[in-house]
Design a protein around this ligand. Structure first.
Ligand code: GAR
Length: 202
């Protein structure tokens, strides 16, 4: 029998709240006809790994240290292929993927980032928005290409910045929206008719 459910692979490096939000969305049917096939962490003691295992999700650690960038990405690709994933979701995976990897999974890798890209790419989206003094920021789900926080955008959500915000309070408000739009974007990628014109999803 051909597989009918779409298989989602998730890469993490840390606490894994977006990973859990995707698992919740699969469980609740907001991402229909899908399974979380595998969670890979490049950090052995990432809190997200324990949380995934507690849900019965298959987990592996692939330490990037002592390998070239491409060797590490090839090891991840082999595990993702073995798990027969249809889409790869970066969920707080704090390493740039090699051009080899993004080409291998072209059009099938998504990232969530805590800013309204192209503003404030990099490691500190909320902190950078706060320092810049913007009144609104948010989060972005985009297809991953070989550049940092860069590919075509599937979904964005706007979050207000308040005058008494700290990095923590702003990040927490953004995170609520991250969890919502990531599930919507994955459902859209897996189950809608879409095409890309230039940088735009249609
Ligand atoms: C999230 O806020 C995600 O947007 C961000 O890391 C956090 C991971 O949290 N990603 C980036 O900044 C990527 N450039 P989580 O582990 O709880 O999902």
């Amino acid at each position: 029998m051909p597989e009918t459910k779409k298989r989602i692979g998730i890469l993490i490096s840390g606490r894994g709240s977006n990973m859990l939000a995707l698992a919740d969305a699969v469980r609740d049917g907001r991402i229909p006809d899908a399974d979380i096939a595998l969670v890979i962490s490049n950090v052995a003691d990432a809190a997200g790994l324990t949380k995934a295992a507690a849900r019965g999700i298959a987990i592996i650690t692939l330490d990037h240290r002592g390998k070239t960038h491409e060797q590490h990405d090839q090891a991840m690709a082999a595990a993702l292929r073995e798990a027969r994933v249809d889409v790869v979701c970066l969920a707080g995976y704090m390493r740039l993927l090699s051009p080899w990897f993004t080409n291998e999974f072209k059009g099938r890798v998504l990232n969530i980032h805590p800013s309204l890209l192209p503003a404030f790419p990099g490691l500190h989206g909320a902190r950078d928005a706060l320092s810049y003094g913007v009144k609104f920021t948010g989060c972005t789900v985009h297809l991953v290409d070989e550049h940092l926080d860069h590919g075509p955008i599937l979904k964005q959500a706007v979050v207000p910045v308040f005058s008494n915000d700290t990095e923590d309070s702003l990040s927490a408000r953004i995170l609520v929206e991250e969890h919502r739009i990531y599930a919507e974007a994955v459902a859209m990628l897996l189950h809608s008719d879409w095409r890309i014109e230039g940088r735009s999803f249609k």
